[in-house]
Write a protein that binds this ligand. Structure first.
Ligand code: ASP
Length: 438
């Protein structure tokens, strides 16, 4: 029998109505055996996520301020869900314990994790599934890094004893037993870890959009949903700012070659996006899978006659950046010029000393920094097979009267990176989207 692991995000569990949808989805297929919930999210715009309320409680308590008002709001969120679902469980004892702990400042992560913990208890009761506390099956090393191997061993063994279970997302425990969370949005990571440990056939990640979109809907009107995307393409797009899934959620399932299906809790019939290691044999992708981009980059340009014959020039240039702890994004170069693209935030407070060191280490003829650059990543596994994709990208940009400042194409032909002035960012993105999608 196939086995599915499902993760539901905060908006999918925001109130009792959403819990009902979740239960309908889980019960619709008997192979949906392990479920990873987030803490209840926003019910309407302007509402609070339970996790944010918990962080606020912790901060108030650290400042010696009362937590009653915020804590009561949290209690009420869960109590209302329990009442509306007609459940007979009570979280009173749990609330008492958490409230007492917050006052003794048990650690920020412990407090934040209680949102998922309580959500898990309620969902398990509603589904009639076992509850497995993530603290007992997800482990971190002393240095705070995730302990993948111990987790996989203990979690696999535990899951094998539970036919159906709910494992709350977002947290695990340190070797001394204290609670540690992943970074924000980390229930995605838990879902991926559970899918690997359960040797799932698929990891369904249920959220509030019908998949991964080809472009940011704030920039392009009604962008199309991507049907199939590879892990590699997803990594490129996520790195450039496209978000649906936590970045670290890819690694556990990618390792085990388990596909991720991004699905919409509010439109379960929509196929969503499949994220796969290797696309199906009959895969006929369009040249472009997606476009993403970010503002806030700077280009450091160095020119020097006969640079190309000067051994070690590039290394010394990069060493200057390294000395200042600056990491770079791209390195487009010409015969006698090298440009280094860095996030402008990396240069804060370091500009003058960095320039001085570059001057000292490579004695350039010309050295300058240009700010307000936006980068666009045009990503697609179909580019390898299709001639003329770059030509279409550049034609679209030139027809929109936009000047391209840099171009970078990796030899894998998976992406083309373009740098434009920030003021041209939106028009460039729209022009490329129009060219390939219409
Ligand atoms: N509740 C946590 C957050 O808001 C984790 C998650 O939802 O994935 O970041």
């Amino acid at each position: 029998m196939a086995l599915k692991v499902l993760k539901f995000g905060g908006s999918s569990l925001a109130d009792a109505g959403q819990f009902r949808r979740v239960a309908n989805i889980v019960k619709a297929e008997s192979d949906r055996r392990y479920v990873v919930p987030s803490a209840p999210g926003k019910r309407f715009s302007g509402d609070d996520k339970v996790t944010d309320l918990l962080y606020r409680c912790y901060d108030a308590s650290s400042n010696g301020e009362p937590i009653d008002e915020i804590f009561t709001q949290i209690e009420e969120r869960y109590n209302q869900i329990i009442r509306d679902l007609g459940l007979s469980i009570s979280l009173a004892k749990e609330f008492e314990k958490i409230r007492a702990s917050i006052l003794h400042l048990p650690g920020r992560d412990y407090v934040a994790s209680r949102g998922e913990y309580l959500s898990g208890i309620v969902l398990a009761a509603y589904l009639g599934y076992d509850f497995i506390d993530a603290a007992k099956v997800i482990f971190f090393f002393d240095n705070g890094l995730f302990d993948a191997e111990k987790t996989n061993r203990v979690l696999s063994e535990t899951l094998s004893k539970h036919e159906r279970a709910v494992v709350p997302g977002f947290y695990g425990s340190m070797p001394n037993g204290t609670i540690k969370t992943f970074s924000r949005g980390g229930s995605d990571v838990t879902g991926s870890i559970v899918a690997r440990a359960a040797k799932a056939d698929i990891y369904e990640n249920w959220t509030d959009v019908s998949g991964f979109l080809m472009a940011d809907p704030r920039c392009v009107e009604n962008p199309q949903v991507i049907d199939v995307i590879t892990y590699k393409e997803l990594r490129e797009l996520s790195y450039m700012g496209a978000t649906v899934l936590h970045e670290d959620a890819i690694f556990p399932v990618r390792f085990a070659k388990i596909p991720i299906n991004i699905k919409n809790t509010n439109d379960p019939a929509a196929p969503g996006t499949m994220i796969v290691d290797t696309p199906p044999a009959d895969d006929l992708p369009r040249p472009i899978t997606g476009i993403a981009g970010k503002m806030g980059f700077s280009i450091i340009t160095v020119e020097k006659d006969m640079m190309s014959t000067e051994l070690g020039f590039g290394r010394r240039m990069l060493e200057a950046l390294e000395m200042h702890g600056i990491s770079f994004e791209h390195l487009p170069s010409g015969i006698d010029t090298i440009s280094v693209v860095v996030a402008s935030s990396e240069l804060e407070g370091k500009r003058e000393p960095l320039l001085a060191d570059i001057r000292r280490m490579v004695s350039p003829d010309v050295l300058h920094i240009e700010d307000n650059i936006a980068l666009l990543a045009v990503v697609g596994r179909g580019m390898v097979k299709t001639k003329g994709t770059a030509a279409r990208i550049f034609r679209a940009i030139s027809e929109a009267s936009i000047n391209i400042r840099i171009i970078d194409q990796g030899s894998s032909e998976l992406n083309v990176i373009l740098g434009v002035e920030e003021k041209d960012y939106l028009s460039a993105l729209k022009a490329i989207y129009r060219e390939f999608v219409g």
